[in-house]
Write a protein that binds this ligand. Structure first.
Ligand code: SF4
Ligand code: SF4
Ligand code: FES
Length: 539
């Protein structure tokens, strides 16, 4: 195959070699040079309407827009020459002629490209009087969770192109002429699609903001932690924006292997369920008709004693485990290791999606709402074994069940749960939230939600992506891999104790890579920002 051409050019006096076909914004970015731009977005068509990216190209008589100029051999580009700087100042002055300059009350402040570029490329007083600006609509609810401020809009047309080219719903357009141009919905229509809030991310100014996030937190207080959306088996790469242990928003993180630049609105709004009032904050033990808190040592001691008791009296297969497919790869592997050490082969995966969940669509959304279904399969925990465990429990062969992130009552329905698992002697639940399965348990151990731990999910295509701890779990909740390791250490059997998996996610991942062929050669730290594919296909 012929090698792809690499044109040699000069950007700001530095000779560079870049892949053919790139525009000057991308070529400069590769060389660490920022060419300011508004309308250009790598996932949308090029319209060249903002003129913010004008640069000097030697031999071209006029300045060229970098977004629509491809690299060619021998090209000499100047992004910081006096002519370029004068053009950048002029464009910013033009864009600000009718802008309301309401930064102190604008929710985009701190992440607004108009503010940023004014400071970086302009910094001159306006020649236009504030009182003579054109006024347009403010705080218009246009549907889809979006608020539109027409005065702040710089008419870059990113939002209209997103709805035309990505969702193909075309709810927005530019109306009127000249300086009366406005973004608006078509008469009688509202924005109505499952990805509308991506326009908030790509709007470079405060014209499109999110109703739910507006005025809740100044963005400079937010910390970002790279993670993965747990809303469905797509596993979109995200950044968690958080402050003092609270999540304020999810934002999509570019991952060409998984989600590109986008995420769905349902996934974006899935974080409140991770920090709801129902979070478990201490181990709970069934005492008559209520659950009472107890310390971790007592809880681990009781669970270990029950495991030993049933093993002794009925054999290792009297103990079973159900792993919900919201568990991370490391949690699933750790529990599988513990079950193997105990000597039981009764372990099954649980995937369950609400009946009203949307079906697969052509963009990102998957009907399977379980983020790690493929990961469990790769670890050898099939999603079809819960029925067999239920029959064993119903027949009295299985006495104890460990349910991790598996709300069996919700998945099976109460009557079926009671029919299958009602005869159990002992139910141990490891979960983040109080739920009906927990209410039926003998013992409940509180574990960390995925923003509160290190680990990984494997998406439905087999891409293993890293989760990073954003903040600690609430109360006494602990990462599940630590709970499983502590449980193994409380067992009275030295073989089982020796099999206690290590408690850091990287070390558990290393053990998993050594024993599960699908993960061979992978390391948690080596997954990088885009993740890595499983080594052998399992589905
Ligand atoms: S609303 Fe935002 S994204 Fe849409 S045209 Fe105006 S500035 Fe651009
Ligand atoms: S498509 Fe799935 S993984 Fe992606 S944001 Fe939506 S719910 Fe989350
Ligand atoms: S980014 Fe090039 S014209 Fe707008």
């Amino acid at each position: 195959m012929p090698l792809k051409q690499m044109p040699k050019l000069t950007i700001d006096d530095t000779p560079v070699e870049v892949p053919d076909g790139l525009n000057l914004i991308e070529a400069a970015r590769l060389c660490g040079v920022e060419i300011p731009h508004y309308c250009y977005h790598p996932a949308l068509s090029v319209v060249g309407n903002c003129r913010m990216c004008l640069v000097e190209v030697e031999k071209a008589p006029k300045l060229q827009i970098a977004c629509n100029t491809r690299v060619t051999e021998g090209m000499i580009v100047r992004s910081r020459s006096d002519r370029t700087k004068a053009a950048q100042r002029a464009v910013l002055e033009f864009l600000l002629v009718n802008h309301p300059i309401d930064c102190p009350v604008c929710d985009q402040a701190g992440e607004c490209k108009l503010q940023d570029y004014y400071m970086d490329y302009d910094r001159q007083p306006s020649r236009f009087e504030l009182g003579r600006k054109n006024h347009k609509g403010k705080a218009i609810d246009i549907g889809g969770g979006l608020m539109l401020d027409q005065e702040r809009c710089i008419l870059c047309a990113r939002c209209t192109r997103f709805f035309d080219e990505v969702t193909h719903t075309s709810e927005l357009a530019i109306f009127e002429r000249g300086d009366h141009n406005v973004i608006d919905t078509y008469p009688g229509r509202k924005v109505d699609n499952a990805y509308a809030l991506n326009t908030v991310d790509i709007c470079p100014v405060g014209a499109l903001t999110e109703k739910d996030f507006r005025f809740r937190m100044r963005v400079w207080y937010l910390h970002r932690t790279a993670s993965v959306c747990g809303g469905c088996e797509r596993g979109c790469a995200i950044d968690i924006h958080h402050h003092r242990g609270r999540i304020y928003r999810f934002k999509p993180r570019d991952n060409p292997e998984v989600n590109g630049y986008w995420m769905c609105d349902a996934g974006r709004h899935s974080f409140p369920t991770l920090q709801s009032e129902s979070r478990l904050v201490a181990p709970l033990k069934q005492a008559g008709d209520r659950m009472v808190p107890l310390g971790w040592d007592a809880a681990l001691g009781e669970a270990a004693a029950k495991i030993a008791e049933y093993r002794r009296s009925h054999g290792a297969n009297a103990i079973g485990a159900v792993v919900g497919a919201h568990s991370t790869n490391e949690e699933a592997f750790a529990l599988k290791r513990l079950m193997t050490a105990i000597g039981s082969d009764r372990i099954a995966g649980l995937t369950w999606s609400p009946a009203d969940a949307p079906g697969d669509d052509n963009l990102l959304i998957r009907a399977n709402r379980n983020p790690n279904t493929r990961g469990l399969a790769a670890i050898g925990i099939g999603a079809d074994g819960v029925g067999r465990l239920g029959e064993a429990a119903a027949a009295g062969e299985m006495k104890m069940l460990i349910a991790m992130r598996a709300d069996l009552v919700r998945a099976l329905g109460e009557a079926e749960f009671v029919r299958q698992f009602g005869p159990l002697d002992y139910l141990l639940v490891l979960d983040t939230d109080a739920n009906e399965t927990g209410q039926m348990a003998n013992l409940v151990m509180p574990i960390a939600a995925y923003p509160e731990l290190d680990g990984s999910f494997t998406n439905f295509k087999g891409q293993v992506q890293r989760l990073n701890l954003a903040f600690d779990p609430p109360g006494e909740a602990r990462p599940a891999i630590g709970v499983i390791a502590a449980l193994a250490l409380h067992l009275d059997d030295s073989e089982a104790r020796a099999a206690a998996v290590p408690v850091t996610a990287s070390a558990v991942f290393a053990q998993m890579a050594a024993s599960e062929p699908a993960f061979a050669g992978l390391t948690l730290d080596g997954l990088g920002e885009h993740g890595a594919p499983l080594r052998t296909p399992t589905a």
